[in-house]
Structures are given as C-alpha cells and as structure tokens.
Design a protein around this ligand. Structure first.
Ligand code: SF4
Ligand code: SF4
Length: 457
C-alpha cells in the first residue's frame, strides 16, 4: 500500500498536531493526527503485523482513494476517472446554451463581438425548429431527467419572439416526456423588466445572470447604450431590484488587473438597495482576452489583460474579493472543483448559435471553423474529434497531484500562450499557492454543513 499521488497533505491544521488530507481525484477529505500521518508515510515499507491495528482505517482510506494498493492501482483509477469525465453523460441535466441573436443594445468598451461575430444575425423560427428537433433527440438519447435552455447572445432579449417560441414549445414537449424543463437567461438587464419575467416564468424561467462592471460611474462608462452612448446602470438596477424577489438572480462582476475596489463598492451598493443578500450567486472574474476576428483567431483582443494570469496577482485579488464577500455575509466556495474543458468532453453542454452551428466553448462563437457540428447533422464533425483527442495532461509532471483539478486547464489559454489549443497550459505554481488554503476552506465548509469526514486517528 502507498499514499495516492493525488493526495495532498496540509499539516498543522486544524490543530498543530493534526493534518488534513485531500484527494484531488475523489475529493475525499479527512483529518488525521500527526502520529497516523507518520504511519501513512511509511506504508510502503511497513509489514503486515505493523499495519494490522490500522486495518479498518486503511480499508476505508483505500475506498476513498487516499491510499492505493500500488502505482498501477493509482494509475488505473485515474484513467477510469478521465474516461468517465470524457465520455460520461450527466443524466441529471442537459443544458443547451442558445444564441437568439448576435446583436446587442449595449456598446461595451471592451467588447469585440462585432468584429468577431458580425451583427444583426437573429435566429429564425425555421432554424429554431431544427434546433429543437436536435435537442429533443439528445434528451432522448442521453435519457436525461431535466433539460435546461440557457439563453445567451449578443443580448438574447433582442429576439424575444424566438425565446417565447422555444420556451413554450420545449416546455410542452419536455412535460409530455416526463422531463423537467427550466430556463436561465444571461442578459445585460436593460430589457429584463418585471413584465418580461412574469411572462417567461410560465415557460420555465427560474434564474438569470446580469453583468455589472461596478457602481454607476464605472458601469456607465464601460457599458453604455448603443447609439445614444447614455448610461445603463439605472435601467439595469430598476429591473434587478424587483427581479431578486421573483427568480434566482446572479450578478457577474468583472475586474481588470488587480483593481478589485470596484467589485467591493458594487457589493456595498447592492447591499444598500437590499439586493446583495437576496442574490443566488455573486460571481466575479478577471477580464479575459478573447479570440481575434473571424478567420484570424490568433490576433488576440484585449491581451493586456493577460497580466491577470500572473500567479500572485490572481491569488491576491481572489483572496481579497472572497474576504470582502464573507465580511458582507456572502458565502464563497473553496474553488476545489474537478474540471475538464468541455471541448474535450463528448456530451458536454453545447452552445448553438443563430445559424444552428454547435460550439463547445462560448469564446469560439463567431468562428465557424471552430464549430463542432451543425444541428442539421446528427453527429458532431471532425473538429469535435480533433478537440476530443487533445490530452495535454499526458505531458504533465508525473508527480503532479493537481491533474484531476486542473487537467492542464482551459484550452483557450493553451492557444493564447502557444497558438495551439492542444498545448499544455500549466498553472502548477498558482496551484501550489492556492490549493492548501482552499483545502482548509473546504474543511471549514464541510464542518459547517456537518459533512465531517472520518478521523482515522
Ligand atoms: S477552452 Fe476554456 S473557456 Fe473554452 S470551454 Fe474550455 S475551459 Fe471553457
Ligand atoms: S498543467 Fe501543470 S498543474 Fe496542471 S496537472 Fe499538468 S503539471 Fe500539474
């Protein structure tokens, strides 16, 4: 027996004589004494007699993946994990992101969608019919219990007739099949009126996400109204305030470089108008670079934002925002999720554009050459096979415990850094600094939820 290479120890926590052990493949988390840690570290040399008193505990830890029989056992379990991630189907829910239009009524200063995606394209009823037929086929094939439509754009509310058509039709069909149906909308909020919400709640609208770039002054400068150039903050807030009492609302706030004060100010403002604590989620992320114009994805836009990826910067901004959230009574997650880029997952949630082209990554919208299929065809295309074949983690350091968490990360970053989607994009330095704190946070969250793990010694 030996400790799995995916088990990470955090020593001296919660007490000085204790350690936490977290397995990145299984997400098992246990608290052990320093004495038992010594025994685990000598597992490979120990003889049967020495281990006998710990037999039950070791069997339990083996089930949790924290210890393994040998190198081959660890390797085989990891390969099975990768297969499940790549080819597994989530039967709980099938989410399809649907672009009703590439147009937008805002003219955000950092938005490159017009050069990339063109404007004015709206989904027609004819295309919507083919899209719905494709979705129905997949819902049946995967035998899912729930189907979610996530409307996206451009600004999806600029094509409301298609939203009504698709939601009402899909809801009726799903119910006839015994499948749950729900709708989420990602909107800039300008047209997200109480009347719109009431109407769409009858067709499954349960949640929505609005993007805000800060308080009025910053938001109005960065997200002006198209044409007039006028501010948009007031109209968004006028719609957001009643919305939090009707459906699950999330806010997505962006920040540039290390400037997180705007996000903190926004939280305080939302609290002052009674919105903050009613939010389902408060999401934040650094502004990312995007692919360049059509046919030239290598001409990256907004690359100055790459400074966000500097390890210390990313870590300190994220820590500062989490602290501010907690001080204001908002819960934050540990960030320890297993991730595999949807590009490399066979049944990952697709995004369908106004023409019926299927994408696995929203950042690739507007680049038809990066589409993995077309709703007029039953099967995905060669690009999907190309993306599925990408396994850059095979080039990772053999001793790296982060593979199940990182999977060499976002394929776009591989492209940004090396001009190749299949290139490894290593974040080990960042993970080394981030993961120990995240394991402690995960432990605190599980303790609070009374999901305490075994305590072997
Ligand atoms: S390439 Fe990155 S942004 Fe695109 S789907 Fe994969 S993880 Fe997401
Ligand atoms: S990309 Fe780097 S951090 Fe991620 S699994 Fe590979 S070696 Fe580890």
């Amino acid at each position: 027996m030996k400790i799995s290479k995916f088990s990470i120890f955090v020593d001296g926590y919660p007490e000085a004589h204790e350690s936490l052990v977290f397995n990145t493949r299984t997400h098992a988390l246990v608290k052990i004494s320093s004495r038992f840690k010594d025994i685990l570290e000598k597992l490979e040399e120990a003889n049967y007699q020495e281990l006998l008193p710990y037999e039950d505990k070791l069997i339990h830890l083996h089930k949790m993946g924290i210890v393994v029989l040998d190198e081959a056992d660890d390797h085989e379990r990891f390969e099975r994990f990768i297969d499940r991630k790549k080819y597994g189907v989530d039967t709980k829910d099938f989410t399809v992101t649907l672009l009703t239009t590439y147009s937008c009524n805002f003219a955000c200063t950092y938005c490159f969608e017009e050069t990339t995606r063109g404007s004015g394209q709206k989904m027609t009823k004819e295309t919507a019919d083919i899209v719905m037929a494709w979705i129905k086929k997949r819902v049946k094939r995967y035998q899912v219990k729930q189907c979610t439509i996530n409307y996206y754009g451009g600004e999806p509310l600029l094509n409301q007739p298609i939203m009504e058509y698709v939601s009402s039709h899909m809801q009726e069909w799903c119910y006839s099949q015994g499948v749950q149906f729900r709708v989420n909308i990602q909107t800039n909020g300008a047209l997200f009126t109480p009347e719109f919400i009431d109407k769409h709640m009858q067709w499954g609208l349960e949640s929505a996400r609005i993007s805000l770039d800060g308080t009025k002054e910053v938001h109005d400068k960065q997200r002006p109204m198209r044409g007039t150039g006028g501010g948009t903050f007031d109209v968004v807030m006028k719609n957001l305030i009643p919305a939090v009492d009707k459906i699950k609302m999330s806010i997505a706030a962006g920040y540039d470089k290390s400037d997180t004060q705007g996000i903190v100010d926004l939280m305080d403002y939302l609290d002052s108008v009674g919105v903050l604590k009613k939010l389902d989620k408060f999401l934040y992320s650094p502004v990312h670079p995007t692919l360049g114009p059509k046919d030239h994805p290598e001409k990256l836009e907004g690359v100055s934002c790459m400074s966000n990826y500097e390890t210390d910067n990313l870590l300190s901004t994220s820590t500062a925002i989490k602290k501010a959230m907690e001080e204001r009574g908002l819960s934050s997650k540990s960030g320890l999720s297993t991730s595999m880029c949807p590009l490399t997952r066979e049944a990952g949630s697709p995004t369908i554009d106004t023409n019926g082209l299927i994408f696995k990554c929203n950042s690739m919208l507007g680049h038809p050459d990066l589409a993995v299929g077309d709703v007029r065809e039953d099967e995905y295309n060669k690009k999907q096979q190309e993306f599925m074949a990408m396994e850059p983690f095979r080039d990772c350091d053999d001793d790296c415990a982060y593979k199940p968490l990182c999977n060499t990360g976002c394929r776009l970053f591989g492209f940004f850094k090396h001009g190749d989607f299949s290139a490894k994009s290593c974040t080990r330095e960042y993970m080394d600094k981030f993961v120990p704190g995240a394991i402690k946070k995960e432990y605190e969250l599980r303790m609070a939820a009374k999901q305490t793990s075994v305590q072997p010694a």
